[in-house]
Design a binder for this molecule. Sequence first.
Ligand code: SF4
Length: 289
Amino acid sequence: MADNKMSMSSLSDLKDARHVLGISGGKDSAALAIYIKDQYPDIHKKVEYFFTDTGAELKEIYDFLDKLEAHLGKEIIRLSSGKDFDYWLTMHNEYLPSAQQRWCTRMMKIKPFEEFVGDDLVVSYIGIRADENREGYISKKDTIKAVFPFIEDGLVRDDIFQILEDSVGIPEYYKWRSRSGCYFCFFQRQDEWLGLKRNHPELFEKARQFERRVRTKYDWKDGEIPINGHGYTWSSQGSIDELVAKAEKREKELGIIATNKKSSEKWQETLKTMMDDDPEDQACLVCSL
Ligand code: SF4
């Protein structure tokens, strides 16, 4: 294993280390916390569970965190950058974040985490499963060591669902969304934008207003001129109104609903058969694992 990864069996080598587990609000990190509590009670006693709040989370995430906190019997420490998204957007010249310009994760997730652990020697528990081919966020700091209990113990997707079904249940937003994270996350698919519009119209409207802000730049010839286009919409495919229109059109044509759920099927069952490992997800692991 590379230097900043280690195995569970070597944990005793790091006697003075802090143990931390980041809860994203998604299913895998929640299942990992529950798994640690049940299977590694000594680690559970010393682990610091934390959630990094961007201030742009869905209400369902907070509800799920409360449930999880009660089940774990331990506090989930809330971290934040101390500033809201608007502040960071202004600091980034009004450019909306994107997969290529992912300042949101850096400023609102990773920095607060690295400040939280400081220069302490830290073991960070990561919820990547044995049936996945991805790494998750591994800090470059030498003092932060990553361990992967699900991989080492051979837990796969079905095991994660079982752990959640037997404890806190599956987070509610999975009915219409395939990942946790900010309501305006640019990794959302067209049908997820439609899901946001239907389930949280006020948040959809807020996301829309970020796209519709009047932005100008100075031109020597013409003075202040408006700027728009890519960089000012959440997706390179167009505005979220356009994405929603496409999702609605497809829904009508195919006769499916936004979640792909058959009417006779429980959404929890549908979710188990849906893929969550597409290449785009790889980029969003720190937020949605
Ligand atoms: S959830 Fe999406 S928008 Fe929010 S910090 Fe992560 S990548 Fe950025």
